[in-house]
Design a protein around this ligand. Sequence first.
Ligand SMILES: Nc1ncnc2c1ncn2[C@@H]1O[C@H](COP(=O)(O)OP(=O)(O)O)[C@@H](O)[C@H]1O
Ligand SMILES: O=C(OP(=O)(O)O)[C@H](O)COP(=O)(O)O
Length: 394
Amino acid sequence: MNKKSVKDVDLKGKRVFCRVDFNVPMKDGQVTDETRIRAALPTIQYLMDQGAKVILASHLGRPKGSVVEEMRLTPVAKRLSELLGKDVQKTDEAYGESVKSQIGTLNEGEVLLLENVRFYPGEEKNDSELAKAFAELADVYVNDAFGAAHRAHASTEGIAHHLPAVSGLLMEKELDVLGKALSNPERPFTAIIGGAKVKDKIGVIENLLEKVDNLIIGGGLAYTFVKAQGHEIGQSLLEEDKIDLAKSFIQKAEEKGVKFYMPIDAVVADEFSETANTKVVSIEEIPSDWQSLDIGPKTAELYSGVIKESKLVIWNGPMGVFEMEKFAGGTKAVAEALAESQGTYSVIGGGDSAAAVEKFNLADKMSHISTGGGASLEFMEGKALPGVVALNDK
Ligand SMILES: Nc1ncnc2c1ncn2[C@@H]1O[C@H](COP(=O)(O)OP(=O)(O)O)[C@@H](O)[C@H]1O
Ligand SMILES: O=C(OP(=O)(O)O)[C@H](O)COP(=O)(O)O
């Protein structure tokens, strides 16, 4: 990476404003998935070991610029403190005089977590006054919030213009893995694209078609492609206005010599429900009043074979409605193929694919699970991430 990291600056005795992504799911005031907190620990520990005074900042949820009690970061501070085995102070605000004086009491190696930065309207507007107010709290800025790197906000982008600005270790790792995959991939290189809508994946399909050897399509968006091939898809998800685009992707793949894989069979249901009647049909035989909610077993076998022959696989989006047991088989088969394939470097692009891999207890079998859904998608689209662009060059 051409951006400076925490390893490139002197941190001893410095007040370090470290933006993390602690946007974690919570229920009844408890953190229910601490993956993102754990992912930030190496950077926090590194800053502590270097003798920095660590000021952590994060958003939680979408409070839209005002204080929402359930979106305070207090439970996160508690969990972080348990994970670090060390007291973590927590402020009730994210900038200002009282926050400054609390920071003044920090000793080297101590940690403080600011209140949710999205309680202030200036955060999402990338207001320069708010960015300056954050910057006044510290001597150095570290961005370790890969999951929020696609947002140009005051604590992710604006602040970087007012302090020495470097990446954290998680940010560096995410960019290294995804960057290498896209610029210098081991081959055969396969992308698996699933999820609900073609509309959300246009950019990523366009960009990856330039780079991959195999492109596998699954999930709800596959049926617009199936329709584009002239098959009837019953009540399955269809984006009518994307049929021509789907056709052009299939044609482009052919021109580029990219193997384009689409479902050959489907698990169809008579309604969108866990209790629906289901059956497996070939892709040409989806009944007109049924809908496909998962890839079928033959497709799963086909896709698993391609995965096992690949050196590198990037996966974004589930193959079916994996939240319902009856339609989880295809997503599970893909996750298992990745887990079993020793010689395949597997990159899971955050969001629902990461949730699925967790659900099937296969997370530790994957080579890299990104902590950013939207961020990794934008990266795979080839877009620059504002939170990264703003950091100091090496
Ligand atoms: N065949 C299908 N029909 C309807 N919905 C589907 C189908 N396959 C997958 N989905 C749904 O797509 C959603 C995930 O889509 P999306 O948000 O685009 O994925 P990601 O978060 O990985 O980018 C899941 O909630 C899943 O239930
Ligand atoms: O959870 C996040 O996004 P993700 O679900 O796309 O990974 C990030 O914390 C960004 O949050 P946002 O989409 O409210 O800006």
